[in-house]
Design a protein around this ligand. Structure first.
Ligand code: DX5
Ligand code: ZN
Length: 218
């Protein structure tokens, strides 16, 4: 059974709580919050104050995807704002092992994201320390981009790597996922599905969430 994590990047920011309620009612488990700094990625989104303002207004897990340089500097702020899972990019952290331990020291879950061009070997020796690995299926920075098909093999390779070590680590995918292609990533081993535009731009959020869940298990 997959978990679904709608990305609020594609929500209506002038009506954020209303949109969040819709995905919560539709049964989504996680709220995917994309933080961009205009340096690591060519876009700027939101920071701790907005996350803090949403905390307590929904029971969904706050899944905070940091697309920022120097993440260590801000991790404490995101924990205090209410993050339950913090994902940092391997490309943005020079001392990734230290960053992961730092996240875990706050008793929140730690995850590492890999850009499409980044090899799995970058996390090979820290895999045991992770709660989740995020395979980017687009280049980070914007919602609504096309799914990169070659990432299916990367997901399958990661799944094999995790299984061969007998670990229980979630595999999250993010970018260009919709009802019509979710089976590809789910078959390959992904169990946490991020979807932004597919969910929030749809006419019927509940139906779309249901379609993602059903198609993932086909
Ligand atoms: C991309 C973000 C994604 C994005 C996904 O940099 O990390 O979470 O919002 O949006 P869709 O599902 O529209 O590709
Ligand atoms: Zn994301």
């Amino acid at each position: 059974m997959v978990k679904i994590a709608p990305s609020i990047l594609s929500a209506d920011f002038s009506n954020l709580i209303a949109d969040i309620k819709k995905v919560e009612v539709a049964g989504c488990e996680l709220l995917h919050i994309d933080v961009m700094d205009g340096h690591f990625v060519p876009n700027i989104t939101l920071g701790p104050p907005i996350i803090k303002s949403l905390k307590g207004k929904t029971n969904m897990i706050f899944d905070v995807h940091l697309m920022i340089e120097n993440p260590d500097k801000y991790i404490k702020d995101f924990v205090e704002a209410g993050a339950d899972i913090i994902t940092v990019h391997s490309e943005a952290s020079v001392h990734l092992h230290r960053t992961i331990q730092y996240i875990k020291s706050f008793n929140v879950k730690a995850a590492v994201a890999l850009n499409p061009a980044t090899p799995l070997k970058d996390i090979e020796y820290i895999l045991d320390d992770l709660d989740m690995v995020l395979i980017m299926t687009v280049n980070p920075g914007f919602g609504g981009q096309d799914f990169i098909m070659s990432m299916v093999k990367k997901i399958a390779d990661l799944k094999r790597m995790i299984d061969s070590k007998n670990l229980k680590i979630d595999i999250q995918v993010d970018g260009g996922i919709k009802p019509s292609n979710v089976h590809l990533v789910a078959d390959a081993g992904a169990n946490v599905i991020v979807a932004g535009s597919a969910i929030f731009n749809s006419d019927n959020i509940e139906e779309t969430v249901k379609a993602i869940r059903t198609n993932a298990s086909k």
